[in-house]
Each structure stands twice: as C-alpha cells, then as structure tokens.
Design a protein around this ligand. Structure first.
Ligand code: GRF
Length: 209
C-alpha cells in the first residue's frame, strides 16, 4: 500500500532539463518544485544556445545553468557526448526536453533514451516539427493541444505518455492559441513529472543488449 506521505520518504528524482529558448516550461517545473507540489530536483539546466532566458530562470532558482553551444562541435555525436557527460556529472536520473531544438543521436539515446521525455505543442502524431501551433491553425483543426512523450530518434516521435486538448476558438490567431497551448503544456508537463517522481511512469525497457 502506498500513501500520500510516501514521497516524503523518497529522494526527489533528479532532473536534467535541456532548453533552447524562453524556458516557460522550465519555470513551471521550478515553480512546482518550489511550491512542494513536485517531488523532484533540477540538478542542471543545459542550453545549446548561450544567453537564452531559460538559463536566467535557472540561475534565479539557484540551479546550475550551462550553455553547451552545439556550434562548438564538429558533429552531432560530439555535441551529444558533451551533453551526456554534463548530465552524468550532475547525477541526472531523468532528462526533460523543454523546448530543446536539437534532434538527439544514438550517442545520447543509448545512455538516457529510456529516461527521456519531450513536450510538443500539438496532439501528436498531428503537426510534428517546428511551428506546430501555426500548422494547426493553417489546417483548420477545431481542437489541438499538447503532448508529452518518450523520445526516440525521430522528430517528435516516441511513445505518448499524456496529452491535453485545447479548443481552437473562433477568432483565434497564432498568439492567442499559442498562449492557451502553452498554459496547457505547463500543467501537463508538471503532471507527467509527478507521475515519473512517483514511479507511475517508468523508464522504457531497453531492447538492445
Ligand atoms: C514549447 O511549446 C514546447 O512544446 C516546444 O517548445 C516550446 C518551448 O517553450 N518543444 P518554453 O521555452 O518552455 O517557453
């Protein structure tokens, strides 16, 4: 039998958050941890772009914040090896892609692929890739939303963990719809991370060797 107080006896799950931009999802995670509603610790935040707001948000929360510019590496594999080393140094257990705009190679997936989640601003498999909110508006769907999923080698592919629907309202433009999708993302991501912290979402079973 488990009880609500069980989480108090477990170590908080150690998250590494990879970002490339504004970091509003990172902020939602940091806020939930600070509020005591997510039993986790962000051990490190890493951006492939220096100077982004997400790194500032991490520093403000006293979380180690690193820029590892992908442009400094001559191959994707070398960049991914540097990411893996930084995440392992920080003792990360689960990796969270929160607006991270790079596709990860087998170098990375072979180490963290079973404990890796991404958030995407559409109801996958619809509208993968960039500009998902624009794609949904242009297509004329009446419902869109967001998805948290495990990550494989594709673009926004991998086993779906959870989704939240967001209606497209008459008169919506890109900004109004993006704002509501973003708000849904913040709730959904934190809720999935709670499930990870509580062992309700488990690492994927590694198939190879
Ligand atoms: C989010 O819409 C996320 O789904 C996508 O990139 C955006 C990142 O936003 N992968 P933020 O940096 O968390 O504000």
């Amino acid at each position: 039998m488990s009880s609500a107080s069980d989480s108090a006896h477990r170590e908080p799950v150690k998250l590494g958050v990879l970002v490339s931009g504004a970091g509003s999802n990172l902020q939602a995670i940091l806020d939930a941890i600070a509020a005591g509603t997510l039993h986790a610790a962000v051990s490190v935040v890493i951006s492939n772009k220096p100077g982004v707001l997400a790194l500032e948000r991490a520093k403000k929360a006293n979380v180690p914040a690193l820029a590892i510019p992908h442009k400094d590496f001559s191959s994707r594999e070398q960049f991914d090896r540097a990411l893996v080393a930084a995440l392992q140094n920080a003792g990360v257990e689960w990796v969270v892609l929160a607006g991270f705009m790079r596709v990860l190679t087998p170098e990375f997936l072979g180490v963290f692929g079973d404990r890796l989640v991404n958030i995407h601003p559409s109801l996958l498999p619809a509208f993968p890739g960039v500009n998902a909110v624009r794609q949904a508006l242009d297509y004329g769907v009446k419902v869109t939303g967001c998805t948290v999923h495990h990550v494989d080698g594709g673009v926004d592919t991998g086993k779906i963990i959870a989704q939240r629907a967001v209606p497209v309202l008459p008169g919506d433009d890109h900004d109004s719809l993006a704002e509501r999708v973003h708000a849904a993302e913040h709730e959904l991501f934190v809720s999935v991370l709670r499930d990870i912290a509580a062992g309700r979402v488990l690492p994927l079973v590694k198939l190879e060797g």
